[in-house]
Design a protein around this ligand. Structure first.
Ligand SMILES: [Cu+2]
Length: 601
């Protein structure tokens, strides 16, 4: 991926103030479907989100991008113009099922289009899909590691069926969008990361320099030694009203860090996990949320009175970092103030609960769906994905990569899988991607994930559907063992992103309906791990995919591959454009255990 280049305009990107994502109580929640249209221009601009001046990506001059708000049943139409000079792009709608519109999932090389995937510089493309679900979602680029540079934003879907009701469960509502933030462009980092030498000498996911809440962070400018312009930023402020409950919809749009959300002196009631309304847990001090995950928490605003101020914190769990940047302040701060601003900073203290030494989810058993929903009682289909950090050998040189079922993902962005399956070829190339087919007519299927990295936690995200978490355990779950395992089928949590932790080799079993035809990716949402090949594919209902009629508007978008660009173009990076002799699998894995130390990545 090329660098973003020199922005044409020198104006700073306009990062939204924290108030920009306050949901308007006048938004009408209805079951009468509407069409909601948006026009976006995606561009490179300079900005100072945490004070440090750099080139980043904006949508309509914002970073993060505009809030999309809709009702269940609405059709969302987003016309995107790619005004980046050097980079193709895409938008994925994280958590949206795309049932009946699989080609709008926005993953180049998988589902973006049928012929040539990404949106070229200067091109315009219109995403259009109906949303038959509700909750807290977000959108982001799925091209290379582009979202790390700022191509992302929140997506909220309301519903008359949502058990969480404004005016009953809470009075005010805000989106709090978190990112970890890097001073190098993502393409700079990833190009080095994928090289033999790595980024700063390592293949490990790098440390960010700071973190952002709604596009604002505070970096210590005195730490800048390279002459880059830097402005000391002010802490963002959220004004609340005594005794008025606020729902915070917190989104981890980051690329590496798991955050722990808290507000000093205020306990939190957790009422939504990803997009699933839940009852409990209540009165918690901190809520951990990893890349791609969302929670809603309700703040009991009876603690303070007019004029009081408290720190809101999102602490990165740096125990899961291989390295920590010397200049990183790993806590993102904002001020929660009762009433109007007075200018003074809070003097409150953090909860004393220490962060765990690994990155885990809130316990599944306390995330109880408020609308009871049992998974299919049996799983006729099963897909097993074993993920592990290892090495591949190319032309006699070894590179660190992630492997799923002994294959590191190679993304041929001009050869999308959906097109291949749509054309009747449901056998994908094992050398390029780990894949599994869940056949038509099979209602109820399990996806088994074995995290074989005892030192590495990963937030796994599945496209195309929620999954019920029906089992977790230690060790590696085999096909045979899965047959006799006891599963939790009584209203288990269902969501779209889960962390499989790093204490030891462990597994999770995700049950899906398997009723949404498409080629759906399963990947680690640590952007750096994804770039290192951490992606597998589920081909769901291949016969139905073969019968799909993909709109010509989609195929037309990509009818011209730029001159000089090979059909074998890959991203991120071009090293493996013509891969031959890739040595994968057990050869690479044998030496791994001894190389691995705790949290090497
Ligand atoms: Cu990972």
């Amino acid at each position: 991926m090329a660098l973003l280049g020199t922005p044409a305009a020198t104006a700073s990107a306009i990062a939204p103030a924290v108030s920009a994502y306050v949901l308007n109580s006048s938004f009408t929640i209805t079951d009468t479907p509407a069409t909601r249209s948006f026009d976006w221009v995606v561009a490179a601009q300079t900005g100072t989100p945490d004070g440090y001046n750099r080139t980043l990506i904006t949508i309509n001059n914002q970073m993060p991008g505009p809030l999309i708000e809709a009702n269940e049943g609405d059709t969302i139409i987003v016309t995107v113009r790619n005004s980046l000079v050097n980079q193709t792009m895409s938008i994925h709608w994280h958590g949206i099922y795309q049932n009946g519109s699989a080609w709008m999932d926005g993953v180049p090389g998988v589902t973006q289009a049928t012929l040539q995937c990404p949106i070229q510089p200067g091109q315009t493309f219109t995403y259009e899909f109906q949303v038959n679900q509700y909750g807290t979602y977000w959108y982001h680029s799925h091209s290379a590691v582009q979202y790390t540079d700022g191509l992302l934003g929140p997506l909220i879907i309301h519903s008359v069926d949502d058990p969480l009701v404004r005016g009953t469960d809470f009075e005010e509502e805000r989106v709090l969008f978190f990112q970890d933030w890097y001073h190098d462009e993502a393409s700079t980092i990833v190009n080095k990361l994928l090289s033999v030498d790595g980024y700063e000498g390592s293949a490990a996911a790098p440390s960010p320099q700071s973190g952002l809440i709604n596009g604002v962070g505070v970096y210590n400018c005195s730490a800048v030694t390279d002459g880059t312009a830097c402005t000391m930023m002010s802490y963002p402020e959220l004004n609340i009203t005594p005794n008025v409950k606020t729902r915070f919809r917190i989104i981890n749009g980051g690329s590496h860090a798991q955050f722990y959300f808290s507000v000093d002196n205020h306990t939190l009631d957790v009422v939504e996990a990803d997009s699933t309304a839940i009852s409990g847990p209540s009165a918690v001090h901190r809520v951990p949320f990893h890349n791609g995950q969302r929670y809603s928490v309700i703040l009991d605003a009876s603690v303070g009175s007019e004029g009081d101020a408290y720190w809101l914190r999102a602490k990165m769990n740096t125990n899961c970092f291989a390295t920590i940047d010397d200049t990183l302040n790993s806590t993102v701060f904002a001020i929660v103030r009762y009433g109007a601003s007075s200018g003074s900073d809070p003097t409150t203290s953090d909860w004393t609960d220490v962060l765990p030494d690994d990155c885990t989810d809130l316990d599944d058993s306390v995330l109880i769906p408020a609308v009871e929903s049992d998974p299919p009682s049996t799983a006729a289909g099963i897909a097993i994905f074993d993920s592990v950090f290892g090495t591949i050998t190319y032309n006699g040189v070894s590179f660190n990569r992630f492997l799923i079922n002994e294959t590191t993902y190679t993304n041929y962005i001009y050869q999308p899988f959906l097109n291949q399956v749509n054309a009747g070829n449901s056998t994908l190339n094992n050398s390029n991607v780990a894949w599994a087919t869940l056949n038509d007519g099979v209602y109820g299927a399990d996806i088994v994930i074995n995290n074989l990295d005892p030192g590495l936690d990963h937030p796994y995200h599945l496209h195309g559907q929620d999954f019920w978490i029906v089992a977790r355990g230690d060790g590696q779950l085999t096909y045979d063992a899965a047959q006799t395992l006891s599963y939790n089928l009584s209203n288990p949590i269902h969501r779209d992103t889960l962390v499989i932790p790093a204490r030891r080799v462990s597994y999770a079993v995700l049950r899906i309906n398997n009723d949404n035809p498409g080629v759906w990716v399963l990947h680690c949402h640590i952007a750096w791990h994804l770039a290192e090949g951490f992606l597998g594919v589920v081909v769901s209902n291949p016969s139905a995919i073969g019968s799909m009629t993909i709109p010509t508007a989609v195929t037309d978008l990509c009818s011209e591959r730029p001159a000089g660009v090979s059909i074998y173009e890959t991203e991120p990076g071009r090293r493996r454009r013509d891969v031959v002799g890739l040595v994968k699998g057990s050869h690479a894995r044998r030496g791994l255990r001894t190389e691995q130390k705790r949290h090497p990545l």
